[in-house]
Design a protein around this ligand. Structure first.
Ligand SMILES: [Zn+2]
Length: 298
């Protein structure tokens, strides 16, 4: 699977940041796939407070080529609570950049991506997307596929794109042996295919965004393009925001940072996503009015 499939400009090279973290969301009681990050790892319910230096905005490097659209940027209202590490401090993080990861769609279209599901909030999101006629991309966790197979079927029936988000969100998977990585990704794909036998799984997103060259390579060998993001409203950071405050934060962050070509990261699983759902109720019609929204192509 050529990484240039979307467009040459879509693959950001070493220069462009590799976001760390990402889906460090709240873990549902039974699972503990979050919270490995640097600092403390509080118990289940609160997930990992991973610091989250985000990648430069969508078009950060010169390689991106947002179509000639006249980008309507930020719009009114919704003041962002607190100072979110919204975007670009293109400064370096502790992780070395890894090649071969998509950080933008390669066109003027915007891709909404939802991680860590499926989960109890997934049907709500699917209904909202359906009502707006919007297609998105879902990065699924194997054990959640096992738990909510019907939601996976619904995702596929609705025409969304699937992405492998590993078996149980091991944020260190990429540092393990090739065999371990391959087995994890294959097991996840196999589980997905048990419930949606022929659905293509063309993308891989490493938990926490902790891609390694080896993980990217193995994903590629399994036919999956590594999928990063360029907009992260940090809806995983339930330590910092909650309730309406989180909702407002997500809305203003996505509203202010999404541009042509953006890949937006959010979560429909991995904990209580009611704030994310509330935010997207507002955001979906708004984004639809400004951009062409696409599921990542398969
Ligand atoms: Zn995740």
């Amino acid at each position: 699977m050529s990484r240039t499939r979307l467009a040459a400009g879509a693959v950001i090279s070493a220069a462009a940041v590799l976001a760390i973290a990402g889906c460090a969301s709240t873990a549902p009681s039974a699972n503990s796939w979050h919270a490995s990050g640097s600092g403390s790892a509080p118990a289940a319910e609160s997930g990992g407070p991973i610091s989250h230096p985000i990648a430069g905005g969508a078009g950060s490097s010169s390689s991106s080529k947002p179509a000639a659209s006249t980008s309507p940027s930020a719009s009114a209202s919704a003041s962002a609570p607190a100072s979110a590490p919204a975007s670009p401090s293109a400064s370096t993080s502790s992780a070395p950049p890894v090649d071969g990861i998509l950080h933008n769609t390669g066109s003027g279209a915007v891709a909404l991506t939802f991680d860590d599901g499926p989960g109890p909030d997934t049907p709500k999101l699917l209904a909202m997307l359906r009502a707006q006629g919007i297609k998105a991309t879902f990065c699924l966790i194997g054990v959640n596929v096992q738990e909510y197979p019907k939601y996976v079927q619904q995702i596929v029936q609705d025409g969304h794109t699937l992405c492998n988000h590993t078996w149980k969100h091991d944020e260190s998977l990429g540092k393990k042996s090739a065999d371990t990585i391959r087995a994890d990704l294959q097991k996840t794909n196999d589980e997905i295919h048990k419930v949606v036998p022929n659905a293509p799984i063309k993308y891989f997103r490493h938990p926490g965004g902790n891609f390694t060259p080896l993980a990217v390579q193995i994903a590629s060998e399994l036919g999956m393009q590594s999928l990063g993001w360029s907009v992260d409203p940090s809806d995983w950071n339930t330590k910092k925001w909650s309730g309406q405050q989180m909702t407002n934060h997500i809305i203003s962050n996505v509203r202010n940072n999404t541009k042509p070509g953006s890949i937006v990261l959010s979560h429909d699983g991995g904990g209580d996503r009611s704030s994310t759902m509330a935010a997207y109720k507002t955001l979906l019609p708004e984004l639809k009015g400004k951009f062409t929204l696409i599921a990542m192509p398969v």
